[in-house]
Design a protein around this ligand. Structure first.
Ligand SMILES: [Zn+2]
Length: 244
């Protein structure tokens, strides 16, 4: 089995356009999960910028205000999920089928909301996974492209459960002494096993830590090792691995 690559870019920061340029240059697919506003204070792309991005990439919803759903009342959470989809569809003039839980925080009731709103799949921030997960409303990731300490992986490992499936990822991460080596080692694990490598990223982090050269080199490595038809959006991943 060849390796499958997918990438998620979260939060709709204007630097996502730079990210899109980089992905496009390497011939890689991605899904951009975009809130309408970001209550954390980060800017969000304008409607015309989002439309531009949608010409080459899948756009998914990330609520209206980037609120953590468990911190809201059920009525507020429903509004964030349903209206976040509607407002994005109004901007794009087409259906939005993917959702990403802000901060990766959700309860079972929020999964039901996402289903009722008409989304086809949803992504989490569970890391160290090399599969599409157990159902299409809790799709995990392999890693965030970010200079995380080892302790962050350990905490996420404990919190997100599915331990037997993720322990190879944890071992891989703990065996490397720098964050960038961890990215390459996780990719290598997926490559050798013909499994899924799902990277997610905040483009404003890439700005803040000036990681554009590292990201460019890493995506070059990915593109050299992934068959063109195995580079997919999150939506294509969900369709390939889950029947409706
Ligand atoms: Zn987010």
């Amino acid at each position: 089995m060849p390796i499958t690559f997918t990438c998620s870019v979260d939060d709709g920061h204007p630097s996502d356009l730079k990210m899109a340029g980089l992905l496009h240059r390497h011939g890689l697919q991605a899904t951009f999960f975009i809130p309408i506003k970001n209550q954390e204070g980060y800017p969000v792309m304008s409607p015309s910028q989002i439309r531009l991005l949608s010409q080459d990439f899948e756009i998914g919803s990330h609520t209206i205000d980037h609120c953590y759903l468990p911190s809201l009342s059920l009525a507020q959470a429903r509004y964030q999920v349903f209206e976040g989809k509607q407002k994005l569809e109004d901007i794009l003039g087409k259906t939005v089928s993917g959702f990403c839980y802000p901060g990766g925080r959700f309860h079972k009731t929020h999964i039901d909301m996402v289903k009722r709103a008409g989304f086809h799949y949803a992504r989490t921030t569970t890391n160290l996974s090399f599969s599409a997960g157990t159902n299409r409303f809790e799709i995990p990731t392999t890693c965030q492209f970010f200079p995380h300490q080892k302790a962050v992986y350990v905490r996420n490992f404990i919190r997100a459960m599915h331990w037997s499936e993720r322990q190879a990822g944890l071992r891989t991460v703990l065996g490397q002494d720098s964050w960038i080596k961890r990215m390459y080692a996780l990719f290598e694990h997926a490559h050798q096993n013909g499994s899924i490598f799902h990277m997610w990223v905040h483009s404003h982090n890439i700005d803040d830590f000036n990681l554009w050269p590292e990201l460019d080199a890493f995506l070059g490595h990915v593109a050299a090792n992934v068959e063109p038809d195995q580079s997919v959006t999150n939506g294509q991943l969900a369709s390939r691995f889950f029947s409706h």
